[in-house]
Design a protein around this ligand. Structure first.
Ligand SMILES: [Zn+2]
Length: 329
């Protein structure tokens, strides 16, 4: 029986899950993340050692919050856990028998893959997961494949410019989507509307069902979330969008976001995706990483940056076919 281990390294905790070939979670472990990149590597070695003593593990997947190249296995930057230019795949492979497969992916992409494969959502092969927590992140499965992009950075949607020239963002840009649609955006909007305390966002969400002013604040955030979702839908056409994260998986927020999406103008050929909440919670990243570790070689999406040479179309000579462009000068 094929089993794999997924290790999701978060800023505050490391979640690990052993997954059966059909998605059954066989074993789970959660431990607080140590402070310092080297200490975290020691924690990973201990986790791998512990599970490898109990299970035969042909695959290990690592999910990391940061800039990760899933083909080279190199984590370019993961500031929350103190890693820069770290070859995590080589590090973990050294702990295992030579034939074991080791993969690394961005945590949001791993979580999206887990929800797509094992979330029990309506069947579709074009799917998005948007994590609405302190910030905003995403992962996409399009035509049945995890969308990784040219450098593995596909899905970094929180800093799309939703409002040109809008609020300044710590990333250095202005008007980023997560400034308007996230848990911290709800907190800021709630404080601005008069709920001035550290839990204002949660208080407003709790009051949204009975208090019109609170409902209006949540509705504003939900509307900005759905505006971005419809922009993404124009480009990627998912039929289902799953909301995860602290705010995104709140059912009260989902209901208001569904209303906002239903009320938005959507003209053909754009379509309105279905909106639901994530179900796998804090284990999603570990489950997705475990499953992706056994991804067949022909399913791997090779980022463009790791290829050499040119696409074959570059070699086609079109000069005799393309009509001369008229000169209007
Ligand atoms: Zn930004």
């Amino acid at each position: 029986m094929t089993r794999s281990l997924g290790i999701d390294i978060g800023g505050t905790k490391i979640a690990s899950a052993v997954l059966d070939h059909d998605g059954t979670v066989m074993d789970v472990e959660t431990t607080p993340t140590a402070r310092g990149g080297d200490l975290i590597l020691e924690q990973i070695a201990a986790i791998v050692d512990g599970f490898a003593g109990k299970y035969d593990l042909p695959g290990i997947g690592i999910a990391v919050p940061g800039d990760v190249n899933p083909i080279t296995g190199i984590i370019r930057s993961a500031p929350n856990i103190g890693w820069t230019d770290l070859d995590i795949v080589e590090h973990v492979r050294a702990l295992l028998p030579a034939e074991a497969a080791v993969r690394v992916d961005n945590d949001a992409n791993a979580a999206a893959w887990a929800e797509y494969r094992f979330g029990g959502h309506p069947r579709t092969d074009s799917f998005a997961m948007i994590t609405v927590g302190t910030g905003l992140g995403g992962g996409f499965v399009i035509n049945g494949r995890l969308l990784r992009g040219a450098t593995g950075a596909a899905g970094e949607i929180g800093h799309l410019a939703l409002v040109p020239g809008g609020d300044s963002c710590p990333c250095g840009s202005r008007g980023c989507w997560e400034r308007y649609a996230s848990g911290s955006a709800l907190q800021r909007a709630s404080v601005a509307a008069g709920w001035d305390n550290p839990t204002a966002g949660q208080d407003v969400l709790s009051a949204a069902g009975t208090h019109p002013a609170a409902h209006q604040v949540v509705e504003g955030v939900a509307r900005d979330l759905t505006r971005g979702i419809l922009l993404l839908s124009s480009a990627l056409d998912p039929s289902l969008v799953i909301l995860g994260g602290g705010l995104g998986s709140d059912r009260r927020f989902l209901a208001i976001a569904q209303e906002a999406l239903a009320g938005a103008e959507v003209t053909p050929p754009r379509s309105r995706p279905q909106l639901r909440t994530a179900v796998l919670g804090p284990l999603a990243g570990a489950i997705g990483a475990a499953d992706l570790s056994l991804e067949p070689a022909d399913q791997k999406t090779e980022p463009e940056a790791s290829r050499t040479g040119t696409n074959s179309a570059d070699k086609v000579h079109l000069s005799g076919i393309i009509p001369q462009v008229p000169n209007y000068a």
